[in-house]
Design a protein around this ligand. Structure first.
Ligand code: PHE
Length: 431
């Protein structure tokens, strides 16, 4: 029973039953826009990052609609037709040509075409079907940043000199930076030799790296202010590691040494020239990055569970009041008492067509039936019958509300509902 149309942020779209897979619980979150809510930790995190990228060089765009075309989200960025990210098991579709953006990069082309400034920042809610645990939620927030230079507008048409000048104007820092790899890797991260000279891409890469080091420096200065860094006085240590994205080359991830481990904080790279060509600005060269705001907010405020961001509990929201106006008030979140966990298993045989089994479908059934009272779901056992070849799975669901202690009969009732929904929606047979 799929409705013929769906209305998201007061616009109506025709659904296609072969594609539509947005559950009511996810639809309900499309209007929340946590990144725009004053004194919300996601909004405060956005504000801290924006403060590193000065206007008028960088303009901010924080109100783009989450419904975009498949073209904007994937094709325009060079995702191949068979890229796994396009699968219905990973992405929420309205119909084949319309989806809930999976990343803020969906807006790159439109801003390369039309931004009134050489740099831009986009903050937005993004949607991915995913597992259930304390750091994954089907909706989260990302920030995209980019900076371009125009060959026809820089003095003497000299991109290298222009970027170098901008690079020299960036402030210094005292971080320890590990950057062991050469700027290009022949197969994985080649120079876009049809479009860029090596010196051009290298200096753009250096400007990118310094800009993002400054951003991470500011974030961790704030983490320290909030009492989250133990190694007092130690300069921050970061490293650049090679990465792959269809829309940048070369590409990197930036990692930060934090509490004894390397923490990945963002992805970035020199933008694929084809995107700029398609956007009608072939004479521009530039870089882009993307960063997840919840992960950073969880560090800044020591927030232990991603579900908390969606809470309207005053014991959560009240702790951040006034911080938007005065970042000096930033401090770690004090968790309210943790309620007891309640583990329940569900075991089932897969029905016909079990080659089609996608774990994310189960995750979504659980989210739909239980809302935010499930902390995590883990596969506990897998078994294939030696004679019939039938497959059986067992999942362990951890029921734990952030707000109150669940009664036993209540949990049993929810668990029974999950079992019924698994039978009805996924065609499994409970063991
Ligand atoms: N969109 C990428 C992601 O979601 C991040 C990214 C943005 C990487 C821009 C490179 C450039 O993982």
């Amino acid at each position: 029973t799929i409705p013929p149309t769906v209305t998201i942020n007061s616009k109506t779209y025709p659904t296609d039953p072969k594609w539509f897979n947005i559950s009511p619980s996810v639809l309900a979150l499309t209007s929340r826009k946590l990144h725009l809510q004053r004194d919300h930790p996601v909004q405060i995190t956005r504000q801290i990052i924006e403060s590193v990228f000065p206007s008028p060089t960088y303009r901010t765009y924080n109100d783009f609609d989450p419904v975009v075309s498949t073209h904007e989200n994937f094709d325009s960025l060079g995702f191949p037709p068979d890229h796994p990210g396009r699968a219905k098991s990973d992405t929420y579709y309205v119909n084949s040509g319309t989806l809930l953006r999976t990343h803020t990069s969906a807006h790159e082309a439109q801003l390369f075409r039309a931004s009134e400034s050489p740099g831009y920042l986009i903050s937005a809610d993004v949607y991915r079907r995913d597992e259930v645990d304390r750091s994954h939620y089907p909706v989260f927030h990302q920030m995209e940043g980019a900076r371009v230079w125009d060959r026809t507008k820089v003095p003497g048409g000299d991109i290298v000199a222009a970027v170098k000048k901008d690079l020299e104007e960036l402030p210094g820092h005292d971080m320890l930076v590990e950057d062991p790899n050469p700027p290009f890797h022949e197969e994985r991260n080649p120079l876009q030799s049809g479009h860029h000279r090596a010196e051009e891409a290298e200096v753009v890469g250096r400007h990118l790296k310094r800009s993002l080091e400054l951003m991470v420096g500011e974030i961790f200065r704030r983490v320290k202010m909030a009492g989250g860094v133990d190694e007092d006085g130690e300069p921050l240590k970061v490293r650049w590691v090679e990465a792959y994205f269809p829309f940048t080359s070369p590409s990197w991830e930036l990692e930060v040494w934090y509490q004894g481990e390397w923490l990945e904080v963002l992805g970035c790279g020199v933008s694929q020239q084809q995107i700029l060509i398609d956007a009608g600005v072939p004479e521009q060269i530039g870089w882009a990055f993307g960063i997840g705001l919840e992960r950073i907010a969880m560090l800044l405020f020591r927030i232990p569970d991603i579900r908390l961001f969606w809470s309207s509990d005053e014991r959560f929201l009240g702790q951040f009041r006034g911080v938007s106006d005065d970042l000096g008030k930033l401090k770690a979140f004090v968790p309210f008492s943790k309620h007891p966990a309640c583990y329940k298993d569900v075991s089932f045989w897969l029905g016909k067509g079990s080659e089609e089994w996608h774990e994310n479908d189960l995750m979504e059934v659980v989210r739909d039936e239980c809302g935010d009272v499930v902390e995590d779901v883990k596969c506990a056992d897998k078994f294939t019958h030696p004679k019939t070849g039938r497959r059986s799975l067992c999942y362990r669901i951890n029921y734990r509300s952030l707000e109150r202690t669940l009664r036993n009969d209540e949990t049993n009732e929810i668990h029974a509902r999950v079992q019924r929904a698994l039978v009805e929606r996924l065609g499994v047979e409970i063991r």
